[in-house]
Ligand binder design. Structure first.
Ligand code: MRU
Length: 344
């Protein structure tokens, strides 16, 4: 998508490895960092220099390729290590499995090249999947817009399910980008998404870069907006959808789904097949990442004069689960590369 007017993907090959955007610095500073080893990839995922379910899968796939370049015997050990970088998004394991399957029967001398080629194809496929999600979601937006063409369509989203969370286009944002490109009047309510503020920092940055009207709202505002008829639909991404259709996504998603149901607002989940985990029966089985309480207790950003600053927002111990589960019964539909469906 567009970054300072230039079309880029959020991960790309370099001579020594791959480059990613340092998402800890956005939107205040746009910096690419190069990852040269599997350890670099592991650290970038775990410490969230890069993030978002499909994107961490793509970066892990390259991480495994870099491990094989440096030691062709390291397949299982590097797979196991990278798979532990973060627990919740199933795309991570999916992508690592894809690379392992592609190389496991090859001679050692051919493994690295084949692994890089597989990682490249995972990236290309992610772009195509998101584009297809966008086309199917676009029809949905057009239908809703047609009911009230005199005013912008109001979409609420949570966290960052955008091009920064994928290789390109995003999942929940793909229909929004396509609708905007085709001239639809729309406005996006962007949940701030505490504690890491992926909405306020990343989704708003993306939408701004594409000139899409949006407003950042505190995480608790959505319910009021829905009661007032100011939200036409909610679209979120997801890190794992289980066999029964339960949706694990960024903490706070469930409360939006409850408010949407209470107010008759459609609640859609956008996802590629790479995010479905048919091995788990329900959302109760999904491992929910618990991150350091400091993410909640401290806030960082520039002061009014641009100096970097970090301040405390609480002195108490903080508890910080990073994801929650929205039961399938609260989901109006799933926007997938195959179309908009009711059941997974
Ligand atoms: O902790 P994060 O920032 O990696 O969480 C990301 C999300 O929860 C996204 O909504 C999810 O990955 C789906 S986006 C394609």
């Amino acid at each position: 998508m567009k970054l300072n007017g230039e079309w880029v993907r959020s991960v790309a090959r370099t001579e020594a490895g791959i480059r990613i955007l340092d998402q800890r610095k956005l939107p205040w500073s746009v910096e690419w960092i190069e990852l040269r080893t599997a350890d670099d990839a592991f650290r970038a995922i775990r410490e969230m220099w890069t993030r978002g379910a499909p994107l961490i899968g793509a970066v892990a796939a390259y991480g495994l390729a870099m491990a094989l370049r440096d030691d062709p015997l390291s397949l299982d050990q590097a797979h196991a290590q990278l798979n532990q970088a973060r627990p919740t998004a199933v795309n991570l394991r999916w992508a690592l499995d894809q690379v392992r399957e592609a190389v496991r029967n090859l001679p050692l001398s051919e493994r690295a090249e084949a692994a890089f080629a597989k990682a490249d194809s995972i990236c290309d496929e992610d772009v195509a999947l998101n584009r297809a999600i966008g086309e199917h979601g676009l029809k949905l937006l057009e239908d809703l817009y047609a009911r009230n063409p005199d005013r912008p369509l109001n979409i609420l989203t949570h966290c960052n399910p955008g091009w920064l969370a994928t290789v390109d286009y995003g999942t929940a944002t793909a229909p929004i980008y396509l609708a905007h490109e085709r001239g639809m009047k729309l406005h996006v309510w962007v949940d701030e998404t505490r504690p890491r503020n992926q909405g306020a920092l990343l989704t708003a940055f993306e939408l701004d870069g594409h000139g899409i009207p949006h407003s950042v709202i505190a995480d608790n505002v959505g319910g009021l907006l829905m009661q007032r008829g100011q939200v036409d639909l909610v679209i979120v991404g997801t890190d794992r959808v289980t066999a029964n259709g339960d949706v694990c996504n960024k903490i706070g998603t469930y409360l939006k789904a409850l408010a949407a149901r209470d107010n008759g607002v459609p609640f859609y989940v956008a996802l590629p097949y790479t995010t479905i985990d048919r091995h788990l029966a329900s959302g109760a089985d999904v491992p929910i990442e618990e991150r350091d309480g400091d993410e909640l207790a401290w806030l960082s950003g520039p002061t009014g004069t641009g100096e970097p600053a970090t301040i405390r927002v609480t002195g108490s111990p903080a508890y910080n689960p990073a994801f929650d589960v929205t039961p399938a019964r609260l989901v109006t539909g799933y926007i997938t590369e195959r179309g908009v469906i009711d059941l997974i």
